[in-house]
Design a protein around this ligand. Sequence first.
Ligand code: BES
Ligand code: ZN
Length: 854
Amino acid sequence: MKDAAPTTAPETFYLKDYKPFGFEVEAVELTFKLAPNSTRVLSKIRFAPKENAADPRFFLHGEALKLISAKIDGAPVTPELIAGGLICDTPDTPFTWEAEVEIDPAANTALEGLYMSSGMYCTQCEAEGFRKITYYPDRPDVMSTFSVRIEGNEKVLLSNGNPTGSGDGWAEWHDPWPKPAYLFALVAGDLVNHPDSFTTRSGKDVELNIWVRPGDEGKCAFGMEALKKSMKWDEDVYGREYDLDIFNIVAVDDFNMGAMENKGLNIFNSSCVLASPETSTDANFERIEAIIAHEYFHNWTGNRITCRDWFQLCLKEGLTVFRDAQFTADMRSEPVKRIEDVIALRARQFPEDNGPLAHPPRPEQFQEINNFYTATVYEKGAEVIGMLKRLVGDENYAAALDLYFDRHDGQACTIEDWLKVFEDATGRDLSQFKLWYSQAGTPQVQVSEDYADGHYTLTFEQSTPPTPGQPDKAPRVIPIAVGLLSPNGGEVRATEVLELTEAKQSFTFDGLATKPVPSILREFSAPVILERETTNAERAFLLAHDTDPFNRWEAGNALATETRVSMVTEGAAPDGAYLDALEKLVRDDTLDPAFRALVLSPPSQSEIAQSLHNRGVTPDPQKIYDAAETFAQTLAQQLETSLPRLYAATTVDGPYQPDAHGAGLRALNGRILSLLTRLDGGEQAARQYQAADNMTQQYAALASLMKAENGESQSQAFFDQWQSDRLVMDKWFALQVACAAPDAAAGVASDLTGHALFDMKNPNRFRAVMGALAGNHAGFHHVSGAGYQLLAKNLIALDSLNPQTTARMCAAFQTWKRYDSARQALIRVELERILATEGLSRDTHEMVSRILQG
Ligand code: BES
Ligand code: ZN
């Protein structure tokens, strides 16, 4: 099932070349005769030629298929097998195509198409995996109903839509909703279910199931509750009801991504659905709730209304991420969710947008579409929708969405369709706004202020640095939410959204008796980098007084960054005023514990590296690491007398509940414990480890101890306790590498790849070790180059097994141009070594070439 080596430069696909398929697909019937190494797939498809087709060629995609037979209207035909599929002569009138192919699911380690995971059959067809199942026009604008018959000895045989019949060794399914092939799914295995039901607001009963391997049935209740909440929320907030009699979720152990929204049959990475207090952390619970919602919400934004082509991916992903973020904000805390999302955006999207992999939310070209399931398409795609909502207002947003569902139900759409709906619903011209979809790069917005005679003026200047293929950028529409505070802390102007549309533009506020303190980009109203000359005193003022929780956190984050930067560049001591402000905040029991935990969480070392780079300083990862250590040690000492009390006050009593309030307290408690461990050598952490009855506290204690290099016995105990639980073992693998000192990280990771439980073929396990290595900033960038070498070696080894996961992980090298020439040279050697690998996949080839070129 290995992808063939690109002998010549791989083909590039362009948005501008779009042509519709020359045939309608009226109905698809599939029969699967399951066998691990020789599954037979019979397809019977009704095609109707379109009149005046732009591309009348009958081309069906197909990859790694053995064609057994093909017929048109019952008569055998001999199609011509060409690169990536087949072509065949066809009648001018509607006809029935029948084909039988053989595939080898047991040998499919790429986890795309039909494959096997822990003895069960499952599929992953997005984006272009259906072509590994049978010959088909595998493109999202070709939509059809599907009827599926599965023949196999497994106890459970599932596909999309509603069940229409079953017997000994077979089951049949019919999906009445026309869909593209990427939403096809099949699961067969000896699974058990956690059943429930939901009654939609119009009174339709829906059967719900979460299917898992025997032994995991106790880990489904939380996911099921999340599903029911999602169904209710989409009715209440978007007026969207579920549209089949049954909704199935299946957990699989081997999965490249988090989860997949196949119609009526969502397939999940087991890490994104299975949860129990003993084995899952609060962060796991929050993620599971969000991802179940996300995949469920796709039923309308993605499935009922899908994408015309893969360039439009953010049409479904950006919108669905935006919707799941709204859901999480409603279920939990709005400001906390916003801060978490901005942290993630800066950690994942900003480096992408400001490096060699930069691309617009709607890319205009690709070689391998799997490489474009990126933070830009997802997270920036969601930010763009947030800006749109802010600009048109909540009511107009709701009206536009109603129109979108009304007008485009059952269609495969484009970003143009999406924006037109907003133009029609609001009367607004969105042509300038559309630049957000076509321009890459993060805009930089410089702010200056002026105050005289009661008039306060803010002047904004925007510019976006060049990105690959886009040297010049036009000014965009940037909504900037601003509030003004009086110097004694009260709000003198409530939040107002300024619309920046020019390269340089001023806004004046009148009637201000004294010069106000501005709170700019409240709620992070646009995904931009704000640059403003200000003082630490003003930042400390905002940290203490801003009425916008996001900007309050932001002020603390800026102070943290400033301190870290001056520690690294000037050898300064941690800023005393900032330490005092932090202390005050941590001890302020009127503040949400989750918020306090976020204020106490330092900016990542990678983010500090980026800040230094932006200031023209070449980051030294070891120095950044040392500064982080010194800062934490100093903070611990400053808080010394209050830590035991704070630790006690944030300890949650009673049985574990994964609710937002408890999670917030435990997050703060975990921060306190890590500081305390710096002073008591791990006494408290060891006690907590011993007493913990839930994974959040057990894990926090173990992490603190391992960070202090004092957790060997607990690490062994953890292993002994959990060695047969794969998801917990992923945590164990990752933690060893994450906690390792800079000069030890590569060695620790290397040893773990030799561990009996390390398994290259399982993406979760591979990511646990290699993802943690890439995430250990000072370890990965250790001057020896050992981190780079180890990652490259493992990526090369994985590429022939699983190109998709390999290619995604190449992004660890995307920031390479930030670092000194010695490190750059070391990285270049590794990138070139990967690129020179014989038989390298198209996926990895594209990623590494872009990183090297950019
Ligand atoms: N449609 C995607 C899953 C997918 C991505 C399939 C790429 C094939 C290739 C799914 O809806 C998704 O976006 N999943 C995310 C999680 C989500 C919460 C953002 C994922 O898998 O990480
Ligand atoms: Zn999605």
